[in-house]
Write a protein that binds this ligand. Structure first.
Ligand code: ATP
Length: 331
């Protein structure tokens, strides 16, 4: 079980002054400002859960994960992972967790993947029999065989990510932290990685904490999500509840040859008075609406007549949109 209680992390930063002289002054100054990246967050995660930990850029996700994995010490509050305080007992904690940072590899760059695995086997003191079993399972779910002997630097991004996942799981950890595990991958590899995560969770009851900006990752993997914004927890609950509200949200963007005049487009609100939002930009208009109330075709048809449309595209609902809605207490 993971218990996070009143967790807070503030960073001290040298006060910034403008210009070159200002930069020098900041460098030698003893004045500082405090940035609170994680602000009094509490939650409990049960064994075997897959929890999506989501929020906009800079919301405080990585900082929370770093405290949960023991890389950072909180300013106040506490984390316990199966009774261990990660930043106080880093070695003990490391035996029970696996970590993947999608943006950075933890594999040895010049070694073939297979040697990284044997090194990890020795570091974690995995018995030869357990290692064999584990590798067979990981090969089955992640299809590693074809590139096991390739040096990591020569792997494609998708192969590298599968290798990173396998490396994080060799010692059969009870908890894995996956920070953007599908970032930059193509659709097919994303799907393979998701399937592997599901299978690992189902077979070994591994607890998974997942941060991602990809809504499909969340939909396919997480029954529970925790949403944070500006360091604070703003939602903790069922994904079904969020989907009911936002699963039908859609958005269409128009690029125009001349500026968009609000008085010419505001009439569109009548198609979906409950949800429709208009976002104006320079020669650009974005219309966000609920597909239960109207359709992309209807909106496009009506706006084609009044706007000087060069191009239009349909966009997925983003995490940022959902966070904004929650902030307005619409959930
Ligand atoms: N070492 C640090 N020193 C100062 N500020 C920091 C430090 N690490 C993070 N921050 C700040 O804390 C806030 C939260 O950062 P964090 O990396 O946790 O966000 P995030 O939700 O993971 O964002 P992203 O989705 O972009 O990775 C940001 O404003 C960031 O600039």
């Amino acid at each position: 079980m993971i218990e996070v209680q009143n967790l807070t992390k503030s960073f001290r930063m040298n006060k910034k002054y403008p210009g070159f002289r200002g930069a020098l002054k900041s460098f030698f100054s003893t004045e500082y400002t405090l940035k609170t990246a994680v602000d009094n967050i509490s939650f409990t995660i049960q064994d075997g859960e897959i929890v999506g930990y989501i929020g906009a850029n800079g919301a405080g996700k990585s900082t929370t994960i770093k405290m949960m994995t023991g890389i950072l010490t909180p300013t106040s509050g506490e984390v316990r992972v199966n009774g261990v305080v990660p930043y106080e007992d880093r070695q003990k904690n490391a035996r029970d967790i696996g970590v993947v940072f999608g943006q950075k590899t933890q594999l040895w760059w010049d070694l073939p993947l297979s040697e990284t695995f044997t090194l990890l086997r020795d570091i974690y003191e995995v018995s030869p029999q357990d290692f064999e079993e584990r590798m067979a399972f990981l090969d089955e779910v992640l299809e590693l065989k074809e590139f096991l002997l390739t040096p990591v630097r020569a792997l494609s991004l998708g192969q590298r990510m599968r290798g990173d996942l396998a490396a994080a799981l060799i010692h059969n950890p009870k908890v894995v932290y996956l920070d953007e595990p599908t970032i930059g991958l193509d659709v097919v590899v994303k799907e393979n990685v998701r399937k592997a995560i599901q299978k690992i969770n189902a077979t070994y009851g591994t607890t998974v904490i997942l941060t991602t900006h990809d809504l499909t990752d969340i939909e396919e993997l997480c029954s529970r999500i925790i949403i944070i914004d500006a360091g604070k927890k703003i939602y903790d609950g069922n994904l079904a509840h969020i989907k009911e509200k936002f699963g039908y949200m859609s958005s269409v963007e128009f690029l125009t040859g001349s500026p968009v005049l609000p008085e010419k487009v505001e009439f569109i609100r009548s198609l979906d008075p409950e949800y429709l939002e208009l976002e104006y930009g320079e020669n650009r208009l974005q219309v966000k609406f609920n597909r239960n109330n109207t359709s992309t075709t209807e909106i496009t048809r009506q706006l084609m007549g009044t706007l000087d449309v060069l191009e239009f595209s349909i966009k997925e609902t983003s995490i940022e949109d959902i966070v904004k809605k929650i902030y307005r207490n619409e959930v």
